[in-house]
Design a binder for this molecule. Sequence first.
Ligand code: ZN
Length: 351
Amino acid sequence: MCCNNITVRFPAQAEFIANAKKHRRLGHSFLIVSDQEAARTDFAKFLAMTVCCTGSSADGRPCGKCPQCEKIAKGSYEEMIELFPTGKTRQIPVGESVNPEPDTLRWFDDRLFLSGVAGKKIGLIHDADRLNDKSQNALLKTLEEPPEDCAIALITANPSILLPTIRSRCQTITLLANRVEFDFPGIDRLVAVLSDLWCGSPRGLSLGGPCASRLIAAANALQDDARTETELRWKPRMDKAKELELSAAELKNIEKKFEAAAAGLYLKYRKSFLEAIYTFTAQLALVAAGTAADDLPNPELLAGLKTAPTAGEIDRAAAFSNLAADLADNLNYMVNEELAFRSFALDAALL
Ligand SMILES: [Zn+2]
């Protein structure tokens, strides 16, 4: 059964949703982000059950037994409306205003606004990054004034493609994989900067400026760290090469391999560095939503925080985590790495 599975695989995120339902503050719009397709779709089903369940359960989790839960599990719930990209280009087009074709945003909208017969409605937009500009603008209007008794979830691996105005209207649920090892030197330095960005006061430029510089320094240090570590690993090989009195060409070849190894290790460090930033911020959002530190995949990242995030800081934590997602995307496209780190730190210091 999908629910049990989800609560085991993503206990913190499941708790986040269940807690919100229990305290009657379940939002109307969600953004489910994960790079694993199964995780995204399974979690969307869990969310649908939590929203629509009519059974009673004290902890806010779906009962799994009421008609709504059973039908959602089987995929036959009348009020669960799903939208998928179609066609060769795999787009989600906006569709006509009158009698829109199936699989268009307006068709989805129409069905959400029809009064339901079976209880609460849930709209799921799969691969929401395939919504084109027109569709996103139309969706924005729906998110601004959602139909009654209805929740909408956008499901994607690429949230940065969505308009910031759409993202900011949604509660972001990041499905962090299970525990990740952050195995680069300088993780402590990075965590210290992130903690300061979150807790530091007064907020603003005087906080963001120095944090930006420290962040950039930490990122730049990865190059040297990777080199030093590679030298260490290669030392026996290099010593041997010297003993053997190799030809210039052979030496050059070894040098080339060494450079490739150092570059490879640097990329590994950098990926881990960015993941650590994202995991740190996503976990803040989870804690703000009531998740116990022990249920986090990497609680050690938050161990040094002066004060734990509170329920009143949910939006701020989600915004921080959105900035981290933007940062990762910017670094994939932008040439100027320093600028990306700087704007991340300055924006975070203003939250
Ligand atoms: Zn139920």
